[in-house]
Design a protein around this ligand. Sequence first.
Ligand SMILES: *Cc1c(COP(=O)(O)O)cnc(C)c1O
Length: 230
Amino acid sequence: MHDVQSRWQNILDSISSSARKAGRSPDEIELMAVSKTHPYASISSLFACGQMMFGENRVQEAEQKFPVDRPRGMDLHLIGHLQSNKAKKAVSLFDAIDSVDSLKLAQKLESLLVKPLPILLEYKTAVNDSAKSGFETPDELFSALEQISSFRHLTVKGLMTIGPLGAGEKETRNAFALLCKTAQMARLRFPHLDFSTLSMGMSQDYGWAIEEGSTRIRIGSALFGAREYV
Ligand SMILES: *Cc1c(COP(=O)(O)O)cnc(C)c1O
């Protein structure tokens, strides 16, 4: 078996054990393979095993790497910050955008769309990390949602966050618990919208994320090996 395939199997096993530990069903947790910086050959060998969902953080890289006609069922998500000038390309390339981090971006996307596009709203849960994008307070998130909820094409599916990088267990779990709590508040406030997806947890912290309620983990290096850039 190829390296990436055996790592994939190990991660599936470890999702199951984290889920069981938390009293959850492993079926509640989707695995996204974050393929940034890795070649299409690795992506297709995972796809052949049954891995459907892939995440890329740069529009240009994804455009160059994936074939124009992707295999049926391959589900490609954008998980990185999207600049307005690349929004048009992004809506034609991705099946979903999991990193909508401002109302302005949401408006731009809506104006370009002619069919539904699933999105996640990115929420900043790590306190001391000013470089990261995302909505920063519940008020900011909810006032954006007031408008987004009237959009015809953008389809809210939930929230996404990046945990505090390199932090310890307590701080990391707190960040994930905050995303859960924020989604719960959003459900009460916008009962007609869907907040079922909580995208949180990466190679270093996905076990904690699953225990804190993650429904989608985003795994790069633990699947494909180390990267040269982030
Ligand atoms: C790179 C990246 C990941 C995966 O990170 P790993 O630590 O390699 O698992 C997940 N989410 C986002 C937004 C990323 O940019």
